[in-house]
Ligand binder design. Sequence first.
Ligand code: FES
Ligand code: FES
Length: 133
Amino acid sequence: MAYSEKVMDHFANPRNVGEMKDFSGVGEVGNPKCGDIMRMYIKVEGDTITDVSFMTFGCGAAIATSSMATELIKGKPISEALKLTNKAVMEALDGLPPVKVHCSVLAEQAIKAAVSDYYKRQGIDPAPIVGDV
Ligand code: FES
Ligand code: FES
C-alpha cells in the first residue's frame, strides 16, 4: 500500500499549483466519494494548452495526480489533453494504492470541465467535443 517515489515527489513538490488570473477556461469538479474539490485553469493559444494550473482541497493522491496531469497536458493540443485518462496519469506515477484510484479521477474530470468552459466562452457548444462533464 506504499506510495511510489513519483507520487511522493509530486505530493511534496506539486507542479503548477495556484490560481491563474488570465485563464481561457476554468473547471471545477467534486468527488462524490469524499466531497473533495478540484479546480483546473487552462490557458489556450490557437489550439494549444500553453499553461495550466490547479487548486485542490483533495488528499495527497489527488494532489499528486493533478500535478502529474498538468505536466502531461502542458504544451499539448486540446484534443490530446481530452484523451488523458486517470489510468494514464496513474501509470505515469508508477501506480496508486487501490483505495486511492478514485482520487485520480478528479484531475481527468477537471481538465474536461476546464476545456468545456473554454469552448463555452468561445461560443462553441462543448458537448460534441468534450462529451458529458
Ligand atoms: Fe476521498 Fe479519495 S477522494 S478518499
Ligand atoms: Fe478526496 Fe482523494 S480523498 S481526492
